[in-house]
Write a protein of this length. Structure first.
Length: 250
């Protein structure tokens, strides 16, 4: 079975917009934790990690989910897909939120997939994930998405919304079935605790790195490992093997 992918038409290194102040998000903070060097290059030198083709199927599913959830948002109710699994209603305010930290001359922002307003008025971020199968336990969510959910809770709190200090991560995955009667999907909901203070701490640590010199690579950064390997094996007669922008950070 073939899955259509978007063509990679951009050059090896992608120039990202230069902002007047550091403009961070959950994804750039995740990059900082993975590799301070890649984070520094991304923000200071506008050198983004190389990217290959990205599957278009998840984007199509996200669009279907957004349309489905928006229908019930207007009704002030949760979709039947979540009936009996969650309480509350869907948030009706804009889901792209952020705040300026004037003392650090920086901004943190994010775009929530959704947010549930509980019966007591507290807000709980909700995120959609697609997978080949259901995760075995909530440890999976904590390992891969804890920072993202912490950031979303922090964004809500800093914008004046009372928060539950929890988040919902909903996984959608295909099930076996009679395909000509519809493509069956399973749904698993993980309810995890969040820590806005932890997200704020990562935000502040990341900002401290930016004014300084090029930091060390993350121990497990495959991009930096590849870069170092190419630098060792490339010969002077083969300059095409090395992209100068990767190593020239002056």
């Amino acid at each position: 079975m073939l899955i259509e992918t978007a063509r990679a038409t951009k050059p090896f290194f992608v120039t990202i917009p230069l902002m007047g102040r550091p403009n961070l998000s959950a994804s750039t903070l995740k990059l900082f934790l993975e590799c301070p060097r890649c984070f520094w290059l991304h923000l200071n030198k506008r050198i983004e990690r190389p990217r290959g083709p990205f599957p278009s199927l998840p984007g199509g599913i996200d669009l279907v989910l957004k349309t489905y959830f928006d229908t019930y948002r207007q009704q002030g109710a949760l979709p039947p897909l979540l009936d009996g699994k969650l309480e509350g209603r869907l948030m009706t305010q804009v889901l792209t939120i952020g705040f300026n930290e004037e003392s650090l001359n920086a901004r943190l922002w994010g775009k929530l997939d959704d947010c549930v307003v509980l019966p007591d008025g507290r807000h709980t971020p909700l995120d959609h994930k697609t997978r080949a199968s259901s995760p075995e336990s909530e440890d999976y969510t904590k390992k891969y998405y804890q920072l993202q959910m912490d950031v979303y809770s922090l964004l809500l709190e800093r914008n004046g919304y009372p928060i539950s200090r929890t988040a919902y991560v909903i996984y959608y995955y295909p099930l076996a079935g009679v395909l000509h009667e519809g493509f069956p999907f399973g749904v698993t909901i993980h309810h995890v605790a969040t820590d806005p203070a932890a997200a704020d701490g990562v935000f502040r640590k990341a900002l401290k790195v930016l004014p300084g010199p090029l930091p060390s690579s993350g121990e497990a950064c495959a991009f930096c490992q590849w870069s170092a390997t190419v630098a060792r094996v490339a010969k002077p007669a083969e300059p095409s093997l090395i992209q100068p922008t990767l190593f020239d950070v002056s």
